[in-house]
Design a protein around this ligand. Structure first.
Ligand SMILES: NC(=O)C1=CN([C@@H]2O[C@H](COP(=O)(O)OP(=O)(O)OC[C@H]3O[C@@H](n4cnc5c(N)ncnc54)[C@H](OP(=O)(O)O)[C@@H]3O)[C@@H](O)[C@H]2O)C=CC1
Ligand SMILES: Nc1nc2c(ncn2[C@@H]2O[C@H](COP(=O)(O)O)[C@@H](O)[C@H]2O)c(=O)[nH]1
Length: 327
């Protein structure tokens, strides 16, 4: 690896503006054959998304990925979304029962439009076998596989049949993988994204470490087709996390999918719980993200998202923790 940097170390360099108003800039992206308003997807975590938010996002033209932590609800969820004429986008793991679940979907003639294999260490035979199993039984589902942090992993999962890969091991706000194991892309997620994107022949989702709306544009610049975000989506009225009042201020709970709170036991814990400030309605954040990204596109000197992919940049400094604390 030559240059190592993270989001906070990069500034994109403006190019001559070609629009009269930022409202002329189009932030939409095509992913898995569908067009979405933003290259952004809320993280498939239990304190970030539930059935109600998934429905709202799909109806309003955004991409979503439902989490996999209430497995018994998935079949009804797929049916409900598809009966409403919407796409179904679910997550699976790699344990034995998940193989049976995929077969059950095929037997019931239920094809989710998107299936995400959601595993901490996605560069593994377990994930490769699950990709192949899904492709065998549900060949028309768009398969997103992850998470990974190297070009070798991206190529191997693509060769196994993945339609997109998800990049990010340990950069998340509630992640402690980088500290507990010493491994991951924490502190250099943006450089890892660039490294992986150069090897990829299919779309990449940048996952974790987004702290500001400008980080979305930086992810697109360094090769992401989609950007998965947890913490920035955790504090909304609709967010499934518990609302907590402290010193007269409202907060929302946000916990890691590998935290003790999610797992119900203290075993292989690689996530923590935190409180994030309450920040109003989800639709307002999505609107602000869209406006900020429209502005990014105008600074890139274009009127479409692709304009950002070619801009110049400078590295301004380096910091391994990306503003995070352990507890
Ligand atoms: N993006 C990230 O940086 C990270 C994300 N997470 C999130 O936490 C959730 C739980 O993830 P995960 O523990 O993978 O899911 P599971 O608990 O479903 O584990 C999946 C399987 O992979 C095995 N496994 C897990 N980690 C490793 C590893 N490092 N090496 C070898 N085998 C492993 C597990 O066995 P066993 O448990 O017995 O080892 C199990 O058989 C997911 O939602 C994931 O996205 C977790 C950590 C990092
Ligand atoms: N290492 C861990 N990573 C986790 C855990 N739960 C979720 N995640 C990852 O974080 C991102 C969200 O990151 P954010 O910076 O936007 O908040 C999420 O999509 C997962 O990939 C966990 O317990 N441990």
């Amino acid at each position: 690896m030559e240059n190592v940097f993270d989001y906070e170390d990069i500034q994109l360099i403006p190019a001559k503006c070609i629009v009269k108003s930022r409202s002329e800039c189009d932030t939409s992206v095509t992913f898995g054959g569908r067009k979405f308003k933003l290259p952004v997807v809320p993280a498939n975590m239990q304190t970030i998304i539930d059935e109600k938010i998934a429905l709202q996002l799909a109806e309003d033209g955004y991409f979503y990925i439902m989490h996999r932590f209430q497995p018994e609800k998935r079949i009804d969820f797929i049916k409900d979304m598809q009966e409403r004429g919407l796409y179904a986008s679910i997550s699976v793991g790699v344990k034995e029962e998940e193989y049976r679940f995929v077969e059950e979907l095929a037997e019931e003639n239920l094809t989710p439009e998107y299936i995400t294999i959601d595993i901490a260490h996605g560069h593994s035979n377990q994930v490769i076998e699950m990709i192949q199993h899904i492709k065998k039984h549900l060949p028309n589902s768009f398969v997103i596989a992850g998470n990974v942090g190297t070009p070798e992993a991206v190529r191997e999962l693509e060769n196994a049949g993945a339609d997109a890969t998800k990049v990010g091991i340990g950069p998340g706000k509630v992640c402690i993988t980088k500290i507990k194991t010493g491994f991951g892309t924490g502190g250099w997620q943006l450089a890892a994204l660039r490294w992986c994107a150069k090897a990829a022949s299919k779309p990449i989702i940048a996952d974790g470490g987004i702290r500001t709306h400008g980080d979305i544009a930086k992810s697109v610049r360094f090769g992401a087709s989609m950007v998965m975000i947890g913490s920035l989506f955790a504090g909304h009225e609709e967010s499934p996390g518990e609302t907590v009042e402290k010193d007269g201020k409202l907060f929302k709970e946000y916990f890691g999918s590998a935290s003790e709170f999610q797992k119900g036991e203290r075993k292989n814990v690689e996530g923590k719980k935190m409180l994030v400030e309450h920040r109003g309605a989800l639709k307002d954040t999505l609107t602000e993200m869209e406006q900020d990204l429209q502005s990014s596109i105008s600074y890139a000197g274009g009127n479409k998202l692709d304009a950002i992919r070619n801009v110049d940049y400078v590295v301004v400094k380096n910091s391994i923790f990306n503003g995070d604390k352990v507890y």
